[in-house]
Design a protein around this ligand. Structure first.
Ligand code: PHE
Length: 453
């Protein structure tokens, strides 16, 4: 099938390039900004365990499936679903999966870009010495004053969107591949240095306890849903980002091994971020449930106090920005690929339109931290609503459908051929996880949330 329909896509230059790009998509604000603050809001240990279980039993099998679907069709997600439903002789309703991904990507990027803008602003703050010798109260005020200003947030949000679109315009080879190569090693080193600082705070053990000692009485339906949603979010699953990257992956490369590496690196970065942040939280009498500002209210304390902290602060926020960029390009790539491949847009025109629409939507998030902080729907401000809608609902639903499609709709011989696993029993394990375990788990969590279970 893929022989007859030639894609206009580029292809990754190697398996390594795919690993870099997919890891770049996975590792981002989700690991460093979001994971610590939602773990803090949801009581720590028990939440972390549910999240890890979800990565293992739901995330990894679905990541394998999503990569496989993309590579089989070598098209954008909308086309992929069209081609593969046809190949499997399945119902046309499956097409919606591609569409939902395109929409989810833009919705996520609209708020992702605002937060990434914060990271950019903090590069400047680190550079001008704002954190120097500042205590927890001063750092908190700095953050509160910053997010209270719509103008500042708009400027940084705009700059970040512009940077994303500039990379997107240049396409796969020039843009995406290069950015990631320096990032991952650098990020690892910095996280480990921060963990080193956390060890000196006197609250290291307390931080570790919070993060890893489970108190299952803290688990509610919504907590479990948030942990599961985050497994999707952090691995970039359920909306076509990994499908697009899979579509650029050359045939003949082992998908399963590759995915295990990516998921491992992603989880490691998140845990390191947690291990670095919570000791600082407790040492400074801060509250673990401080919300989206958590890393901006904790890490600068470390940068202000440690020797070499000035440079580390700058490096850290630069890397956070790059990590966010390599994720943001994967959030918008599905829309752009679709506009280029199906609507005959030039790459420039597609990028401009997709970028403008997302930028506009992002203003809702900007204002939810200041002038519209009281505007609530279902008890959530605009940012919280977008986050809940995408991470907790759209991505798990998308992932559920991908699992059902790969496990039940796609012909066994096709998935077997595409995955080309080392042994028949490896394939069998994946097949059971994708057909039964993953979809059932997602389904049960939803039942639990709506109170049926
Ligand atoms: N995985 C990215 C992060 O953790 C966010 C993302 C979600 C990217 C969905 C693409 C698709 O920051």
């Amino acid at each position: 099938m893929t022989d007859t329909k030639k894609s206009v896509h580029g292809a990754w230059s190697s398996r390594f390039a795919f690993i870099l790009a997919a890891t770049g998509s996975a590792v981002g604000l989700g690991n460093i900004w979001k994971f610590p603050y939602i773990a803090g809001e949801n009581g720590g240990g028990a939440f972390v365990i549910v999240y890890l279980l979800c990565v293992l039993l739901i995330g990894i099998p679905i990541m394998i499936a999503e990569t496989m679907l993309g590579r089989r069709s070598q098209q954008n997600p909308v086309e992929t679903m069209e081609l593969l439903t046809e190949e499997a002789g399945a119902d046309k309703n499956w097409h919606f999966l591609g569409w939902m991904g395109v929409i989810a990507g833009m919705l996520i990027l609209s708020y992702y870009s605002v937060i990434a803008g914060w990271a950019m602003a903090y590069i400047v703050k680190a550079f001008t010495g704002s954190f120097f010798d500042a205590d927890a109260t001063a750092i908190k005020e700095l953050f509160n004053d910053f997010v209270a200003s719509p103008v500042q947030l708009i400027i940084w949000h705009s700059l970040f969107m512009l940077a994303t679109m500039l990379i997107i315009v240049r396409g796969v080879h020039n843009g995406l591949e290069k950015a990631v190569q320096f990032l991952m090693p650098g990020l690892f080193v910095l996280m480990i240095l921060l963990v080193g600082y956390a060890m000196t705070t006197g609250s290291y053990i307390q931080g570790l306890h919070f993060l890893f000692k489970p108190d299952f009485s803290k688990l509610t339906g919504d907590t479990v849903l948030t942990a599961m949603g985050h497994a999707f979010f952090t691995l970039s699953l359920g909306m076509g980002a990994i499908m697009v990257y899979g579509s650029y992956l050359p045939k003949g490369i082992s998908i399963a091994n590759t995915v295990l590496w990516i998921a491992g690196a992603d989880t490691a970065v998140a845990l390191l971020a947690g291990i670095a942040i919570f000791p600082i939280v407790f040492a400074n009498d801060l509250h673990p449930g401080s919300g989206p500002g958590l890393i901006f209210q904790t890490l600068p304390i470390a940068f202000g106090a440690m020797t070499g902290g000035w440079l580390m602060g700058i490096l850290f926020f630069v890397m956070l920005m790059i990590a966010a960029l390599t994720s943001s390009i994967s959030l918008i790539e599905p829309v752009v690929a679709w506009l280029v491949e199906n609507k005959d847009f030039s790459r420039e025109k597609a990028s401009i339109w997709a970028g403008l629409a997302t930028w506009l939507l992002g203003l809702g998030t900007v204002f939810s931290f200041n002038i519209w902080s009281d505007v609530k729907f279902f008890d959530r401000n605009i940012f919280e609503l977008l986050d809940y809608l995408t991470a907790n609902l759209m991505l798990p639903i998308g992932g559920f459908c991908i699992a059902v499609f790969a496990g039940w709709i796609m012909k066994r011989q096709h998935s077997e051929q595409e995955l080309n696993m080392a042994t028949a029993s490896n394939y069998q394990v994946w097949k059971i996880l994708i057909s039964y375990v993953a979809p059932l788990a997602v389904f049960l969590v939803f039942l639990h949330v709506i109170g049926v279970l």
